[in-house]
Ligand binder design. Structure first.
Ligand SMILES: [Zn+2]
Length: 111
């Protein structure tokens, strides 16, 4: 067991960061997973039968979607994605989930 096995490493499943595309080395780096779930929002109800109304509204939306065979609308109603992130991107993602391009430079300096 003195020789380092590159073949063993090559056969491992590699994950790459979905944000910066960097390969995530499982032995030295932590891989983070972002579960992104986007669904149609049901407006909050301040009436007496709040829960029931909400449920009814949700059912109505789902019913409409059932009647409609349009995959696009269905997929717009609910989306679930999973992304891999490296440690750096995890921090950046948390700081700015929407990656706003208008974000001003903060003047980071190496000096
Ligand atoms: Zn990354």
């Amino acid at each position: 067991m003195t020789a380092f096995s590159f073949f063993g490493r090559e056969s491992m499943i590699h994950h790459s960061c979905d944000r910066c595309k960097k390969l995530i080395d499982r032995e030295h780096e932590i891989r983070y997973v972002v579960n992104l779930e986007i669904q149609v929002a049901v407006e909050p109800c301040d009436g007496e039968f709040c829960d029931e109304s909400n449920l009814a509204e949700l059912e109505e939306i789902l019913k409409q979607l059932d009647h409609c065979d349009c995959d696009e609308i269905r997929s717009n109603a609910y989306q679930c994605r999973q992304y891999d992130l490296c440690a750096d991107c995890r921090n950046e993602y948390l700081a700015d989930p929407f990656a706003s391009e208008r974000q001003p430079e903060f003047g980071f300096s190496d000096n």
